[in-house]
Each structure stands twice: as C-alpha cells, then as structure tokens.
Design a protein around this ligand. Sequence first.
Ligand code: SF4
Ligand code: SF4
Length: 356
Amino acid sequence: MSNRIGFVFKMGQAATVQSSTAVKLRRKLKAVERNAHGLWQILKAVASTDHPLLAHLIPIRRCNLACTYCNEFDDFSKPVATDLMLRRVDKLAELGTSVVTISGGEPLLHPELDAIIARMRQRRVVSGLITNGYLLTPDRIQRLNRAGLEWLQISIDNVNPDEVSKKSLKVLDRKLQNLAEHAEFHVNINSVVGGGVSNPQDALAIGRRALELGFSSTVGIIHDDSGQLQPLADDERRVYHEMKQLEKRSFTRVNAFQDNIALGRPNQWRCRAGARYLYICEDGLVHYCSQQRGYPAIPLEKYTVSDLRREFYTEKSCAPHCTVSCVHQVSILDAWRAPQRPAPVSEPAGGLVQIE
Ligand code: SF4
Ligand code: SF4
C-alpha cells in the first residue's frame, strides 16, 4: 500500500515538473513573440507621431484595498459595462495604439476582464494589466493566459502590512509563487521608496524576491500623503541606487529621470500626454494622466488625430517635477524632435495641478 502511495506521489511530482516546464516553454515562446511585436511597435512609433504608444484603460474604479497615498480608487463604483469597454478597446485600436494597460481601482474586480483582454489580442494591441495581486489564484492566472495577456505588473509597497499599505510581500508571496508556477505572460514587480514608506530596505527585499522567482523588478519613487515630492533621505537614496542595479540585471528600463527626482531636482523633458499616452477613465474620457484628470477630458469616441497632434505639441507646465514614469518612458521616443509650445492661457495647462 505504502509503495503504491509513493508511486502516486512520484507520478504527481513528475506531472508538476512537466507542467511547470511546459509553462516555462510557453512563456519563452510568448516572450519571443512579444519582443518581435515590441520591435515592430517601436519602428511604427518612430515612423509616425500620429498614434498613441500607450493607453491606460480603467474598467472599474473600485478597489479591494485602501492605500492611504492613493487617489485612484473608491470603495463603491460598479464595473464599466463590458460592451462599452470593448468599444473603447476598438477605438484605441483604430487610433493605432500600440499598448493598452488595464488599471484601476483593482481591475480583477471586473467580472469580464478576460473578454476585454481577449479583444485587445484580436485587435493586435499589446495587452498589459496592473493589479494589486490579491485575487490571483492559479485558476485566475490560467484564465489570463487563455485571454492572451502579455504582461502584468504588481506594485508591492512593504514587507509587512502597515497603516499606509497592505500591498505587502508577506501577504502576496503566495500569489507571486502562483504566478511563477502558472503565468505564461511577463511579470514585473515594482517596489517603491519615498514618502510614506517606513522602511526603505523593504524595496530591496521585494526586488530580490522578484528576481528569485524569475520576474523583472523595478523601483518607483512615491510622493507623500499631501501629493508632494520630497528629495530622498540618505538611506532611501542608498536603497534606490541598489535597486537600480537590480533593475539593470532584470530589465532594461528607461527611467533616468528618477535620478533627478531622487535628488529633488527638476527634469527638462517634453511630456507627450494626450498624444503618445492616454489615460481613459471609467467614464470614457481621455485625460493627460492619472494625476491630471480633467484635461483635456474629451470622450474617447470623439478623440481624433487632430487632438493627438494638438497635445503632442502642447507643453505641460507640471512636467519638471512629474513622477509618472510610464509617460516619461513613452515620451523618450520623441525627445529628439518636435519642440512644444506653451498652452494658450485660455487652455487648461495653466490649471494643471503643480507638483513641487
Ligand atoms: S491597491 Fe492600488 S488602486 Fe487600490 S488603493 Fe492601493 S494603490 Fe490604490
Ligand atoms: S503630471 Fe506628468 S504625465 Fe501628467 S500631464 Fe503632467 S507632466 Fe504629463
């Protein structure tokens, strides 16, 4: 009897090893496909400035957590109707958008998220997802594989939960192991230093764990609870530089702008929000970014190439101290061309939230 149990156990182990090898193989094949697609998108982006490179699309504002520094969630909103979400994906594809990232709130609370991701695949738009990870069971991850998700990011704020954030390595480690075992898409773990994070060393522990599990790792600098950026303290800066070394090992990132932010210095750059980057809120309005909601606030279905062209050339007065790293990254592609003009006083740029 005990021999039989031993045999069944070994068979079970062999099946697990085989399935995790198959997942790794599929992940590698998908990475080759993703890199080829990425190269094509870069060539397309260099050839023409008349299309967005990245859009953040919000399917639900509600979140199952309540991080105290966050101004992007509520605890009551209903999911956006799926047919509206599919139309928004179609419209972004018609505008020639290269990558659409689903964000929130917590996007996994949308009951038909898989259908939205699958539509992106049908429309040949690269699909990404930013989640707090709490709802990632093996079954949920396999559904994301089947929908065709290409990359996923979880931001982890600390090792142990505290009053600021429950996005903690201790709580999420099981979810990360699920991802390592089942995800066929790329996984990036972002950690943070700066305002509100009580132990800067946590970022290093999170980054090392991410690499150990085969993910890439990045670091962000967050503002304090009044929305302002403070130069990093000495110990935070040390951790930040160690994290940058980890990043280099895992992923080539274009975020040198953060070095200036770490020192409290402004950046000189051309923010292409509203053109190369779009933020589509749950009401279907196009905004510059999550921190500048209200401008230009045009319904996505009415957004045209002339809107893209206008915003491409419009200077954003909030740019020098901006920390929105995805907009910095997409704007780098056009840094060498097309100087911008200040927004006319009648236009909204004068009313943008100023980050100091
Ligand atoms: S998990 Fe994300 S969306 Fe939810 S409150 Fe925290 S930072 Fe905001
Ligand atoms: S906050 Fe940053 S990304 Fe947003 S509009 Fe201003 S400069 Fe651009």
